[in-house]
Ligand binder design. Structure first.
Ligand code: PMP
Length: 391
């Protein structure tokens, strides 16, 4: 439960948009903010800032099971995705991605392959949101694929990708593999010794770090052309120029450590809460449907379609619950979720879908409140719609 400025309590179930700052991250961020020092300065205050950055790099490396030298700090996953794809695509060829990626991948892919015939292959997914491997194999066979980018967990449905067969096929074809792991990192265990991707993106605020900071993992030895988005002072080994965001990075590191230490318990607890949310909604709201429920998903996400009931009306009717509709907003104009459409959902059903996302601080009370409020909201909207539909 999170307090609102006007004193009302809100059940915060929007962790996939952003998670509350973990206390450990707040402390580390404030600690760094209260100290002057540029991480590139050689005097003791600069060294102190550099130490904070080094600690965070180690903490993140421990969470991912990689080496600290394989991490490039960025402003978030959007930048990490841009950096990864631009570098991997520097020599041209075919870029393979999926229909359900976040726009930070899809738009980057579209921009960097624009105007080049057959340079972009977008793999379909099935009705559960699982990537179609046959079309990957076809794409790898048909063109000179240089990079395959597939998200590890979907931000709208939580559906997970089994990366093993994708990595195997891509590597055999000589392509690099990038994964947008923004929604996965800090929610489920990840071992980069086992998941053999070359590049991985993440954002701190999804696992309890501050907003505006993230990282790109680049596996040592990956044959990448040096294509920084930002050039200047050569920070981050020339991959990302600009004074380091020491406070943000320190917060990211502390959140990574806290998430790592509690990962298994948090995942189990969150899954249990998510399951009780789903059970409550299914038994109270006739006709509602869970998207991607038949396949492995993130523990804390549920995408629920209330056929015939606009999701924005549901959300507006229950201000005591903070959740999201599935629509992607581009330049202020809401459009139906491309993820749900790719899963075969109708436009109407996509517009009637609410995403609840839970996390480390979600309580049983939040879930009960969400079940009650959603039930009341849907019942009320149905009655209003029925009344206005009468002649
Ligand atoms: N990828 C995925 C899967 C995401 O969910 C998000 C955030 N919604 C991003 C990338 C972009 O992250 P950020 O806005 O922190 O750069």
């Amino acid at each position: 439960m999170v307090g609102e400025p006007d004193g009302r309590e809100v059940a915060y179930l929007d962790y996939n948009a952003t998670a509350p700052l973990r206390p450990e991250a707040l402390e580390a961020t404030l600690g760094a903010l209260c100290n002057v020092g540029n991480a590139s300065s050689v005097h003791p205050l600069g060294r102190d800032a550099a130490t904070r950055v080094g600690t965070a790099r180690n903490q993140l490396a421990d969470l991912l099971n990689c080496t600290p030298g394989e991490i490039i700090f960025t402003s978030g996953a959007t930048e990490a995705n841009n950096l990864a794809l631009r570098a991997a695509y520097a020599r041209g060829g075919v870029l393979v991605t999926t229909a359900v990626e976040h726009l930070a991948v899809l738009e980057t892919a579209r921009v960097i392959t624009a105007g080049i015939p057959d340079a972009l292959a977008v793999l379909p997914v099935d009705e559960d949101g699982v990537v179609d491997l046959e079309s990957l194999y076809t794409a790898l066979h048909d063109g000179e694929v240089v990079i395959v980018t597939v998200m590890l967990a979907n931000n709208e449905t939580g559906v997970l990708t089994d990366l093993k067969p994708i990595v195997k096929a891509a590597h055999e074809a000589g392509a690099l593999v990038h994964t947008d792991a923004t929604q996965y990192v800090g929610r489920l265990p990840l071992d980069l010794n086992e998941v053999d991707v070359d590049l991985l993106s993440l954002s701190a605020h999804k696992f309890g770090g501050p907003q505006g900071v993230g990282a790109l993992f680049v596996r040592r030895g990956t044959p990448l052309q040096h294509r920084p988005l930002l050039v200047g002072g050569g920070q981050e080994r020339g991959w990302r120029a600009g004074t380091l965001n020491v406070a943000g990075i320190a917060g990211l590191g502390a959140a990574a450590q806290a998430a790592r230490l509690q990962l298994k318990q948090e995942a189990a607890r969150t899954a249990e809460l998510r399951d009780s949310l789903e059970t409550g909604l299914i038994s109270n709201v006739p006709g509602c449907r869970i998207n991607g429920a038949r396949v492995p998903r993130l523990p804390g996400v549920t995408s629920v379609t209330f056929p015939g009931i606009p999701a924005d009306a549901v959300l507006a009717t229950m201000p005591e619950v903070a959740a999201s509709d599935g629509s992607a907003c581009s330049s202020g104009a809401p459009s139906p979720s491309h993820v749900l459409l790719a899963m075969g959902c109708s436009r109407e059903d996509a517009d009637s879908t609410v995403r609840f996302s839970l996390g480390y601080a979600t309580t049983k009370r939040d879930v009960e409140r969400a079940v009650d409020a959603t039930t009341r909201a849907v019942t009320y909207i149905r009655s209003v719609m029925a009344a206005t539909a009468e002649p």
